[in-house]
Design a binder for this molecule. Structure first.
Ligand code: UD2
Length: 310
């Protein structure tokens, strides 16, 4: 990767801060845009300096996005309202942040020098597809505003490529986990919540019967996918699954975490969440073939890293 200047939206957040860390260690210049609604300055404080700049601002601020893109060679777009249930209770916010915010970035690229954009799409676009593992060409209706808006981002990305020559890669993240994932909100990722409960020696709540399963992918592998996507030379628009290619039920996840931590806690059960998919397992053959992506951290190793970090 040549030394370049990248914009990272959502760069103070969970995934963005891991990306910023790796890019800054390879001497890239980085501008981080984050409104700190779910990100934290302490995630990136040690990186800030001549090559890493932080801007406290919002992806919905079109003029700001445009001005920050001016000096950049490409953008990693990770700023989002990431929770499926939150998007159901706040659909307009999901529209403004997840769709309009993404369009601001594509517009900036269109009117400037067609800088490449690598953006976070999601497995939520698939809805409850029956075919598992899920291939990129599978289609069903998204079950949440979040899934719908991420799907619309991809459709716009495709159009911006055809009409204006803006190259982009949409990465359909499955369930990302790792250190720095904030457990403090009811909308946080399940692994961060479960680990928080275990450390407090409190039972977690499993929504539904716990048989729903997810493909949990370690954040370091997601960063690998982001960088490989920026580096790939083919122009156009491509969408890829980013998972581990292996899934676990939510009940077994709780059991595994209890076992690794040496605790014996019986979980509570609550009603299933609406808008929720039951089964989610990524087929990662396309990204492996095209970009050489290979997940390096298995679930247990990843869970241990998160536990050690606490
Ligand atoms: C994740 C991502 C979302 C999107 C989607 C793709 C997060 C926070 N969300 O949504 O952005 O990419 O994957 O499909 O990363 N659960 C419990 N107890 C809890 C919390 C969760 O049982 O205290 C269950 C929940 O009902 C679900 C599973 O755990 O079945 C995963 O929930 P999640 O909120 O971590 O992620 P998900 O799959 O809704």
């Amino acid at each position: 990767m040549n030394v370049a200047h990248y914009l990272i939206t959502g760069g103070a957040g969970f995934i963005g801060s891991h990306l910023a860390e790796l890019l800054s260690s390879s001497n890239h210049r980085i501008t981080i845009l984050d409104n700190l609604s779910s990100g934290h300055l302490h995630n990136i404080a040690s990186l800030l300096g001549p090559n890493v700049q932080f801007v406290n601002g919002d992806i919905r601020d079109r003029d700001l996005v445009c001005s920050l893109m001016t000096n950049c060679d490409g953008a990693f777009h990770l700023a989002a309202l990431v929770s499926v249930p939150q998007s159901i209770s706040q659909p307009e916010d999901s529209f403004a942040i997840n769709l309009q915010g993404t369009l601001n970035l594509f517009e900036a690229s269109r009117v400037q020098k067609q800088q490449k954009i690598v953006f976070a799409s999601s497995a939520a676009i698939y809805g409850d597809v029956q075919q598992q593992p899920i291939k990129e060409e599978c289609r069903d209706v998204p079950l949440s505003p979040y899934g719908l808006h991420k799907w619309m981002c991809e459709e716009h990305a495709n159009l911006y490529c055809q009409l204006y020559g803006v190259s982009s890669v949409g990465l359909r993240f499955f369930n990302v986990f790792g250190p720095r994932q904030d457990p403090s909100s009811p909308y946080s990722g399940v692994i961060s919540i479960f680990i928080d409960r275990i450390l407090k020696e409190q039972p977690a709540t499993i929504y539904g019967d716990g048989t729903q399963n997810r493909d949990f992918v370690y954040v370091g592998d997601v960063v690998q996918a982001l960088i490989k996507s920026m580096n790939c030379t083919n122009s156009g628009f491509k969408a890829y699954n980013v998972g581990r290619g292996s899934s676990i039920t939510v009940s077994n996840l709780w059991g595994t975490l209890c076992e690794i931590s040496g605790v014996d806690l019986v979980p509570n059960y609550g009603p299933a969440r609406s808008g929720e998919i039951h089964t989610s397992l990524a087929d990662i053959s396309a990204i492996s073939r095209d970009l050489g992506y290979k997940p390096e951290t298995n679930l247990e190793e990843g869970l241990k890293k998160v536990l050690q970090y606490q």
